[in-house]
Design a protein around this ligand. Sequence first.
Ligand SMILES: Cc1ncc(COP(=O)(O)O)c(C=O)c1O
Length: 247
Amino acid sequence: MQMLEEGLEKGKQQGIRVKALILINPQNPLGDIYSPHLLQECLGFASRHSLHVILDEIYMLSVLDWDFTSVLSFHHLPDPSRTHFIWGLSKDFGMNGMRVGLLYTENKHVLNAITRLAFFHQCSGPTQYMIYQLLRDRDWLDNVFFPTNKKRLREAQKKLLSGLEELTVPVLHRCTGIYVWADFRKFLTSQTSEAEIELWKRFIAEKLYITPGKAFQCCEPGWFRLTTSLPDDMLQACLEKLKKVLQ
Ligand SMILES: Cc1ncc(COP(=O)(O)O)c(C=O)c1O
């Protein structure tokens, strides 16, 4: 909390009017999850300073083997009218092409403003109907879709982790099943951002798109984020390309 208090204070001294705290849980890009205690502390901090809190839980149903607490499960919120929840189909359903997201808020002003904006960004009728059919089938979602999705994510993650281990690439293994961070520092020609980009271009030349840490403001050159949510044959092909570049 001290960091948040200090950040807020620093912002005030620079004349910045801070209005909201955005929490991404599970976090992007690391994949960490907020404990219920930490979440409550953040909500308490925001409430003390009359800040809105926007909770982006877009990865919430893709957490593997860790306890995840959604803000939606809290019976008591310090400031319900300033607490807003967002989620979408892009990650947990792998349906980013549908362009569907949702907001839950008890704040009528926010709802009014968003409703007006949403008028210009409406989902088509057929899209809404399809999503409605998908989300109302709770039995299929709970007993078929999510268990299968998690099983596949777990298998893909295991395969990627063991492939990276074979290539002696250390990893930072966090809780979302969607990506892992891999440490390619020892493969850089020098410990600089330029060398990271050089390595990235070598991956690209092999048609292997993995994201360099620099794209996420990572301060140590050589870290890359790899997406694990791929079918087995594509994952295998990626590992072979990685091997070719790193040899
Ligand atoms: C944390 C987070 N929230 C929201 C989004 C938005 O997803 P989309 O615009 O595909 O719905 C993304 C996409 O990368 C994300 O990582």
